[in-house]
Design a protein around this ligand. Structure first.
Ligand SMILES: *Cc1c(COP(=O)(O)O)cnc(C)c1O
Length: 329
């Protein structure tokens, strides 16, 4: 398949007069199309992550990368993806939209990979295995050796979704890219970086996989404003790091306070910026909080998450308000 060749693909240098893309010539910050391959952002990100720009794909949120991976590697009405659940819902949604079959294997009671069941479920229709670590909604890291074992034995693509890696104690799988051609690592500017509204996600993989995603994507998938503001964020990594440190601090404090409340049965250990909390009556607590203007996520309808609510870590003031309100309910 040949990809669309845009004006900015065909002429990449600097010029005085651009009459090649049917743009409006009158100056504004946005009258020109953006760089289709986001060279400057990838160079800055590559320096920070210690990886070459050829190993980076940028998407309109990491959700775009999830969709593109499924569209690129799975044949509709024939192939499958495998998910280990409960997990992030978009893998299954993107598969369904693309008429790709979903194979689901349950995580263990501590939300870790059941390696034997997972390997048994993989068959010759399985093209992608999605592993989310730290996992959403449970918050824990998946066992590193189990992920490595799947990478070693499965010949298809293994996606490790690290949307919450900045809040975790473990090293990113980016450093394993040199060892596994089938590894894809997803990260995002939406969580730790505080830029969910911009929509910018990163996908790290072998240059061959990145080239395929670049072929399939829309030519100008990342707008000028997003590229500019992402570059700016990358010049101030200290801000992100300070906020992450504060949120981890708050997560530990909130966990200790929650566990002492009479309605709380368990707070699952978290390496993310949220905690999954098992309560005595999720519906009642969800509604009670909502009536006081505090919105959490009711996860009680999800398999293995009976009576569980997911609480995002807020500012110290927000977390105090949450605790005070829970005491009243
Ligand atoms: C929030 C989240 C994402 C979505 O990221 P965007 O970059 O905002 O599209 C991806 N994966 C997981 C597990 C998430 O929780």
């Amino acid at each position: 398949m040949k990809s669309y060749s845009s004006a900015r693909d065909e002429f990449k240098g600097e010029a005085d007069v651009y009459l090649d893309a049917n743009e409006n010539p009158y100056p504004s910050p946005y009258n020109r199309y953006p760089d289709p391959l986001q060279k400057k952002v990838k160079e800055a990100l590559g320096r920070y992550k210690k990886i070459a720009p050829e190993n980076i794909f940028l998407g309109n949120g990491s959700d775009e990368a999830i969709d593109l991976l499924i569209r690129s590697f799975c044949e509709p009405n024939r192939d499958s993806i495998l998910v280990v659940e409960p997990t992030y819902g978009m893998y299954a949604v993107c598969a369904a939209v693309n008429a790709v079959n979903i194979q689901s294997v349950a995580l263990t009671s501590t939300f870790d990979i059941d390696l034997i069941a997972t390997k048994k479920a993989i068959n010759n229709t399985t093209k992608i295995v999605f592993l989310c670590s730290p996992n959403n909604p449970s918050g824990n890291l998946l066992d590193r050796d189990s992920i490595l074992s799947i990478l070693e034995t499965f010949t298809g693509i293994v996606v490790v979704d690290e949307a919450y890696i900045d809040f975790a104690t473990s090293e990113s799988f980016i450093s394993s890219l040199k060892n596994f051609q089938n590894l894809v690592v997803l990260q995002t500017f939406s969580k730790a970086w505080g830029l969910a509204g911009l929509r910018l996600g990163m996908c790290y993989a072998s240059p061959e996989i990145i080239a395929i995603l670049n072929k399939v994507k829309y030519p100008y998938n990342i707008n000028i404003q997003t590229q500019t503001l992402a570059l700016k964020a990358l010049t101030n990594v200290e801000k992100k790091n300070a906020e992450v440190k504060q949120l981890i601090d708050e997560r530990e404090k909130l966990t200790k306070a929650l566990i002492n409340l009479p309605q709380v049965e368990n707070v699952f250990p978290s390496e993310a910026n949220f905690v999954l909390v098992k309560v005595n009556n999720a519906k009642k607590i969800y509604t009670g909080l909502m009536n006081k203007g505090i919105i959490v996520r009711d996860r009680s309808s999800i398999p293995n998450c009976e009576n569980c609510i997911r609480i995002t870590i807020g500012t110290p003031e927000e977390n105090q308000k949450l605790l005070a309100t829970l005491k009243e309910i």
